[in-house]
Write a protein that binds this ligand. Structure first.
Ligand SMILES: [Zn+2]
Ligand SMILES: [Zn+2]
Length: 236
């Protein structure tokens, strides 16, 4: 799906409507996250649709190391040879040297996310492991993007901003499925950090917001996030 020129969104119902994004800045393709499926078929099909080949991928970026975002990464690496970027805290999970820190088993709204929460809590689903090539930090540049360290959902959770397009790639700090929410409470590993991260993202002048779960917002992104900030205050 075309979000804006050079910004493509893809996902299906798998992994809690998890979404990945392809960015084309004219220099090459940047892929953010890799969906559930190990064969990366949705990402490869989208590349073909926009007339690009896997070898046009210049950067493979991970927002964080939760299972539904990791599935196609090893396959994309194999086909493209592009460097994989993630925060250091997430990298050994991506390499399967360590399992992800379990999320709570306590049910939280939205209830439709609970099967996914439980699967993550029990570490039921494995991903094809792969090594991260570069650890990234706040303020780094990758392709057209500036890295924003946005922990809370997970300790090494990253968001990204493309200033020329006023596009925020928010990872799981913002979800639009099954309803618009500033993150899913049941998945947050550190609520205090998450609140601070989202408040910071809300200050950006973003028009487009690409969410980790659910379709992206093509317009009005920052105002939508700001309007929902009181919901964060109620989180504990
Ligand atoms: Zn997550
Ligand atoms: Zn997620």
């Amino acid at each position: 799906m075309d979000v804006a020129p050079g910004i493509y969104s893809l996902g299906n119902r798998q992994g809690g409507h998890v979404h990945a994004y392809l960015l084309d800045d004219g220099q090459g393709i940047t892929v953010i996250d890799s969906l559930m499926a190990a064969d990366a078929h949705l990402i490869l099909a989208e590349l073909a649709r926009i007339g690009r080949a896997p070898t046009d991928i210049k950067h493979l970026i991970m927002t964080h190391a939760h299972r539904s975002h990791l599935g196609g990464l090893a396959r994309l690496k194999e086909l493209s040879g592009a460097p994989i970027y993630a925060h250091e805290w997430e990298a050994d999970i991506i390499a399967a040297d360590r399992v992800a820190q379990p999320v709570s088993s306590r049910p939280w709204r939205p209830v439709r996310t609970y099967p996914l929460q439980l699967a993550l809590n029990l570490n039921l689903s494995k991903h094809p492991p792969v090594r991260v090539d570069e650890y990234v930090h706040e303020g780094d540049r990758i392709g057209p993007l500036t890295v924003l360290f946005a922990p809370g959902h997970s300790p090494g959770h990253l968001a990204f901003y493309w200033p020329e397009r006023r596009a925020l790639i928010a990872g799981d700090a913002v979800c639009t499925w099954p309803v618009f929410m500033l993150g899913w409470r049941g998945f947050m590993l550190n609520v205090r950090q998450h609140k601070a991260s989202v408040r910071r993202l809300a200050k950006l002048d973003s028009e487009i917001v690409c969410s980790g779960h659910g379709d992206p917002l093509a317009a009005g992104g920052a105002s939508r996030i700001r309007a929902a900030l009181p919901e964060l205050d109620r989180l504990a």
